[in-house]
Design a protein around this ligand. Structure first.
Ligand code: PXL
Length: 271
């Protein structure tokens, strides 16, 4: 059994965070493990207001010992880290156990919660984790934060940002969310390996139920790498996977709806 780990927050509603990651690993036929960094809750009495409760440092280190030292893994991803010590522990354990297949999802915003989570953490994530990442998966907002380019409004700007993020140390950069660019009629993402750009295209899915899409995408990339795919192949398969998931997204309540990571089983990945 191929093992893969997520270092991420728990989303009590089940659509994002480590819950999305573990569901995705399962769909890829892998054994998933999780080190929980924060617990995110959503309050039905305040319009689904998010709260984030950090897991204390000793408990996070103990989970890292379980997962990295006690078991080991072929690939890992990180999601919402939430504290400086979570950034430091992630870096420490990835280096100590020489995990090459590491996907950094630089989670800085939750859909539905507009403001950045912890702006002061972003530079720590850039400096300490980007250089360890086989693939970094920022959305446009996160790419702006990581690259310092304000106002990514075109594919050209996405490419400029990808170069800067590559130069900060990520071996491959996948910027998601071209569908958010002004006038976009396709879901356009770009992939950069330091030499070539690839544009990954899919039809735009008109839904607001996209909760957990970023988590699922980065988990699928880590899962693809664990299964031996190249970075580009892992990204391309993840894009098919998330497209099927979002085509089958659904409402949990009036505020939020996740994708369905198991959707590819009924809808071929190739349609
Ligand atoms: O989708 C970003 C995200 C990541 N991780 C956790 C979350 C969310 C958004 O709600 O709760 C734990």
């Amino acid at each position: 059994m191929i093992k893969v780990a997520t270092i991420a927050g728990s989303d009590a509603s089940g659509g994002a965070g480590l819950e999305a990651d573990l569901k995705t690993f399962e769909e890829y036929g892998l054994y998933g493990m999780a080190a929980v960094t924060v617990i995110a809750t959503m309050d039905p009495d305040t319009n689904w207001g998010h709260k984030v409760f950090p897991v204390e440092e000793t408990a996070l280190r103990a989970q890292m010992e379980t997962v990295f030292k006690g078991v080991g893994m072929t690939a890992a991803k990180s999601g919402m880290l939430g504290t400086f010590y979570a950034v430091d522990l992630t870096s420490e354990y990835l280096k100590a156990y020489k995990i090459d297949h590491y996907v950094l999802d630089p989670v800085m915003v939750c859909k539905g919660a507009d403001e950045a989570l912890n702006p002061e953490l972003n530079s720590a994530i850039a400096q300490k984790l980007l250089p360890l990442a086989e693939v970094a998966t920022p959305n446009i907002f996160e790419a702006e934060q990581l690259s310092g380019i304000r106002g990514i409004t075109s594919i050209e700007k996405m490419k400029e940002a990808a170069k800067i993020i590559y130069d900060t140390g990520a071996r491959n950069v996948f910027i998601k969310g071209g569908s958010k660019l002004p006038g976009a009629s396709k879901a356009l993402d770009i992939f950069y390996d330091g030499k070539n750009f690839e544009t990954l295209e899919a039809g735009l899915i008109k839904t607001s139920w996209t909760h957990g899409a970023g988590c699922t995408t980065s988990a699928a990339i880590a899962a693809g790498l664990a299964r031996g795919l190249s970075s580009l192949d892992a990204v391309a398969l993840a894009k098919k996977f998330i497209t099927q998931s979002l085509k089958n997204s659904f409402a949990l309540n009036q505020w939020v709806g996740p994708g369905n990571p198991s959707a590819w089983r009924k809808d071929s990945l190739f349609t």
